[in-house]
Ligand binder design. Sequence first.
Ligand SMILES: Nc1ncnc2c1ncn2[C@@H]1O[C@H](COP(=O)(O)OP(=O)(O)O)[C@@H](O)[C@H]1O
Ligand SMILES: [Mg+2]
Length: 256
Amino acid sequence: MSSTKFISISSQKGGVGKTTVNILAASIFHFLGKESVAVIDCDYPQHSLEGLRHKELAHLQANPDKAAEFHALGQASYPIIACEVKEALSVAKEMENQYDLVFIDTPGTINVPGLLELWKQLDYVFMPLEADVLSVEATIPFAAALENFAKGQPGSRLKEYYAFWNKHIKSEKQAFYQRTEELFTEQGIPFLQSRLEHSVNYKKEAMRSTMFPLSKEFMRLGISNLIQEMAHIIFASEVPDSAKISPVTATASTNC
Ligand SMILES: Nc1ncnc2c1ncn2[C@@H]1O[C@H](COP(=O)(O)OP(=O)(O)O)[C@@H](O)[C@H]1O
Ligand SMILES: [Mg+2]
């Protein structure tokens, strides 16, 4: 049995936070959870994750203080492999048993050659959505496609997919949140309890670092709870190192 878990934060709606949460999850599991992590960026042609890594590396090269800070971490960053969706399955298969966790960032559309086969390689999919009708309307058919074309299909390892709220604003639209969760329950789509708060901090580069741990102040935005909840699902009865993830372990400043 494979010791690698393949995860994607994915949906067919742009701008809901797929790439953001893939980075957050990969970085937190790697730097704070001490899992061995790799990332496949097949959001072709943007490859925003790979682009981010290049930007961070260039920043380190130009700033010796920042480079020294990185070396002081004593921990290498995780690999980010960019490819097209149709190549991602073979990239993923090569990573089998090499890493604890592989995060796969996919495009915001399902009409891409190779995507259905890639889905069958995923153990879990987490679907971010925002409190708007378009986001909800895009998530239901996406979940239906995962159900019909991946989960339970021959050779598929997809165990479950979960919706979760991103950009959550506590003071707004509570009835909308509740109605949507009821609708999803009727449709058999599970919802995570954790919600990621809407925050202007997401504009800061430190929030999407692939080379530094997330600082403590940012872990408070619902991120810590979300990652813990994901860890319990992903590792089920296993006792993951990530169960030890706690906001207090994060220290480094990450203004890269
Ligand atoms: N919880 C949040 N609060 C505020 N802005 C967010 C949040 N999550 C993501 N964003 C912002 O939303 C935008 C789209 O996010 P991104 O991850 O690129 O979406 P996708 O990959 O789904 O297209 C980015 O500018 C990102 O910084
Ligand atoms: Mg994206």
